[in-house]
Design a protein around this ligand. Structure first.
Ligand code: XIL
Length: 405
């Protein structure tokens, strides 16, 4: 129900009115003539209003690209983000794929890279029943990073959402049928983490060991929680520490409201993990601005709270959905300010070591292919537009890096 609500929001009220009217009309054919014609007219009206509402809601909008009217200073054009970030010992990274056509631009602009999908269990473990792996894409991205002296982040080892994409569906079956689910899951995680981490030892210097553990204020239910409860997180980090003791181990979260209940529940989880001496080095804050804009003041405080626990922080998946800024005079400029603001906050916090952008160009971005975001456009969440022109987002990150810490 929650999922349906998230997908359709208030439209669900309208959709159910339409359905109820239709059902009433279909199933009561022996109604009096007057009642029937009333039902027909009402349902017609409801359907028409629904159609108009849907057209109004989902019709793609465009916003004027005012940034095309102002020339970008030559200093910004000739000095890549990477040069500025290197000079202050900061990571500026991007999520990409081993097949990206923009590899040379990426090597020029960024000093850190992460696989958008190439390192996910759903990609690597092609047959869970036979433990068959396909490392070809991940190896290619790893070689690319190494040949350009870029840091490589690993994303992600354990992720308990959406079976099939984030972990093999077979694991659900295996745990359901296991005589001792705890033992079974411990064996699965041990084998998976050891195989993957050992392969990229010395290449991936920082892994998202667990991704998106929460569902609101509770743990996201998965075969991992089913078998081990919250301690699947402890196990993942303990295994990772042994598999590659030099690698930085991150817990990557997806929080929409840092100072709401979800954000606080995540801090409580962190405190519990630290109390149990789980070897966590840092927290990845995805910072997708996709369901709403992040409040920058709340983000500042949140970073400080995590830093105060003695943990590092990284902004790991930054993007800003353009549609969220539809009520501003210049949505592209406002999008730029949000990018610059988040970068600035990270730069100013001693615990925050870098910012990774989730994608490079509006021409191919994840929101255009993932429901419900793909249904309402423009998403245009990245720092280059579809014609590879620098957007205000690029310029604002550049300025923040130039100001430095
Ligand atoms: C997304 C990718 O960008 C898409 O290409 C893929 O279809 C789905 O996953 N949080 C995460 C990322 O941790 O791994 C997700 O990446 C975006 C949300």
């Amino acid at each position: 129900m929650k999922m349906i609500w998230q997908l359709f929001g208030t439209h669900i009220i309208f959709v159910s009115t339409v359905l109820t009217t239709l059902i009433a009309w279909l199933f009561w054919p022996r109604q009096k003539k007057r009642t029937r014609s009333f039902l027909i007219r009402t349902s017609g009206l409801v359907a028409l209003t629904g159609l108009l509402l849907a057209l109004f809601t989902y019709w793609p909008r465009t916003y004027e690209k005012q940034y095309l009217e102002t020339a970008i200073s030559s200093e910004i054009i000739i000095t890549p983000l990477k040069a500025l970030a290197d000079s202050i010992g900061f990571y500026i990274g991007v999520a990409t794929s081993s097949e990206s056509e923009y590899k040379s631009l990426i090597a020029q602009e960024f000093n850190s890279v992460v696989g958008e999908n190439d390192f996910k269990p759903g990609q690597l473990l092609t047959n869970a029943e036979e433990w068959a792996f396909d490392f070809s894409k991940a190896d290619k991205l790893s070689a690319f990073a190494a040949s350009h002296n870029m840091r490589l982040r690993g994303h992600t080892l354990i992720w308990g959402k959406f079976a099939g994409m984030t972990y093999p569906k077979y694991w659900n079956k295996q745990i359901k049928e296991a005589v001792d689910p705890k033992k079974e899951m411990t064996a699965i995680m041990t084998r998976y983490i050891n195989t993957v981490m050992r392969r990229y030892k010395g290449k991936v210097s920082s892994w998202d060991v667990v991704n998106e553990p929460m569902d609101g204020i509770n743990l996201f239910p998965s075969p991992f929680t089913e078998a081990l409860g919250e301690e699947y997180i402890d196990l993942a980090f303990n295994l990772a520490r042994v598999a590659d003791p030099d690698c930085e181990l991150f817990l990557n979260e997806q929080i929409n409201d840092y100072y709401g209940r979800d954000g606080q529940a995540f801090l409580a989880l962190l405190r519990r993990l630290l109390r149990r001496n789980v070897p966590i080095d840092g927290v990845g804050l995805q910072t997708h601005n996709v369901k709403g804009l992040h409040n920058l003041e709340a983000l500042t405080r949140y970073l400080r709270d995590i830093g105060d626990m003695g943990l590092k922080v990284e902004i790991t998946e930054l993007d800003v959905r353009l549609l969220l800024l539809k009520d501003t005079k210049d949505p592209y400029a406002a999008q730029g300010l949000q990018y610059g603001g988040v970068t600035q906050i990270c730069l100013e916090d001693p615990a925050c070591v870098g910012v990774t952008l989730w994608g490079l160009t509006d021409g191919s971005n994840w929101m255009d292919s993932v429901p419900p975001f793909k249904w309402k456009s423009p998403n245009a969440p990245n720092i280059y537009d579809e014609d590879m022109r620098m957007k205000p987002a690029y310029v604002e990150i550049w300025k923040a890096l130039e100001r430095g810490e």
